[in-house]
Design a binder for this molecule. Structure first.
Ligand code: MN
Length: 235
């Protein structure tokens, strides 16, 4: 007999290249404003030297490679943001930058789907970003490649195309805060644990997508990610 009074929710997980075993996902952390050209395109007047700030998406908002994303409710402006994804395999708090990469299991690519109109309202009103960022199906994520196979390169090309046309094209070298700096800063706010995922911010070129669009995200040398946007769910 189940020890739970309702069915237990499934734990989210990601495929890993080279094995049939999966990476279990505990939390998804996201970094805001981590590429200068994107900060400028958003024209927010943000201090370009602000420390990194973070928000979360629920682990059950993950969409896998090849799956569909139903167009979300309550928005007329769903935006794509391609991001390098870091998977954490070793926990810790106040992790020094010099040791940060020892905590990394591997890397992938993700899309921080954003209800931009709702995010803009939240910014204007000083509300949290959740309704703009943390909705159902808001976290398409690729499979992960272990760092033991792909290393820790800080110069990888990052791109996103919609219906075959490139919209975002940069390199992760343009991140304001590097992966070790992000891990170090994030672990001051929260104790990191195995299974945590970090989406590291998006370069310039974000824009709207519509039902029927095919979105392809890639970071050089890592598993790729393709999802199709479909009509809104009816129930
Ligand atoms: Mn983002």
């Amino acid at each position: 007999m189940s020890p739970f009074v309702i069915p237990r929710p499934d734990i989210a997980s990601l495929p890993v290249t080279g094995t049939s075993a999966r990476f279990p996902v505990r939390r998804i952390y996201c970094v805001g404003r981590n590429y200068l050209a994107h900060v400028r395109e958003m024209n927010e007047g943000a201090d370009e030297r602000d420390p990194p700030f973070f928000f979360q998406k629920p682990a059950d908002s993950i969409v896998h490679d090849g799956e569909n994303v139903p167009y979300p409710t309550l928005t007329k402006s769903l935006h794509h943001e391609v991001e390098l994804v870091v998977a954490i395999s070793k926990g810790g708090a106040r992790i020094p930058q010099e040791q940060a990469l020892d905590h990394v299991f591997g890397y992938g690519v993700g899309i921080d789907l954003t209800r931009r109109d709702l995010q803009t309202v939240a910014k204007d009103k000083g509300w949290p970003w959740e309704m703009g960022k943390s909705f159902d199906h808001s976290a398409p994520l690729s499979a992960l490649a272990p760092a033991s196979e792909v290393g820790h390169r800080a110069d990888l090309a990052i791109t996103l195309a919609v219906n075959g046309k490139t919209r975002q094209s940069s390199t992760v070298a343009h991140m304001t805060w590097s992966v070790p700096e992000i891990i170090s800063k994030l672990s001051e706010h929260y104790r990191l644990e195995p299974g945590d995922i970090i989406m590291t911010g998006t370069p310039e070129g974000v824009g709207a997508v519509a039902a029927g669009d095919v979105i392809e995200a890639s970071v050089e040398g890592l598993p790729s990610l393709k999802v199709t946007l479909t009509e809104p769910l009816s129930s």
